[in-house]
Design a protein around this ligand. Structure first.
Ligand code: SF4
Length: 103
């Protein structure tokens, strides 16, 4: 599946009501590490598990007065519209969000 097809597939799953672990957001490095560890152990290459554990949404989530869209995240590759976090490595849209968002 090419990246654009995969992006549309993810968008359809999110729009279709896939329940993901949006909260709690990863605030501390310990919380980040715990979620990353779950992605490594429980998700692996499984797309749905990545979306669920990552807490993906097809809209921007605001946490502690801070909007957390992919487009301002350190892992976002602007031109490719791609999440470069090693445990995710997924095509995304700029307004999407996940709980591993980092500046
Ligand atoms: S880590 Fe950043 S770029 Fe990747 S899905 Fe989460 S918010 Fe988007």
């Amino acid at each position: 599946m090419d990246l654009e097809t995969l992006r549309k597939d993810i968008a359809a799953r999110l729009a279709g009501g896939l329940e993901t672990e949006v909260w709690p957001r990863a605030g501390t490095s310990e919380e980040v590490n715990a979620i990353v560890r779950r992605l490594q152990v429980e998700a692996g290459d499984d797309l749905v598990a990545k979306l669920v554990i990552g807490g993906f949404t097809d809209h921007t989530i605001e946490a502690e007065d801070m909007p957390q869209p992919c487009e301002t995240c350190m892992y976002y590759k602007v031109h490719a519209r791609f999440c470069d976090l090693p445990e995710l490595m997924l095509p995304v849209e700029p307004e999407w969000s996940c709980r591993l968002w980092r500046i």
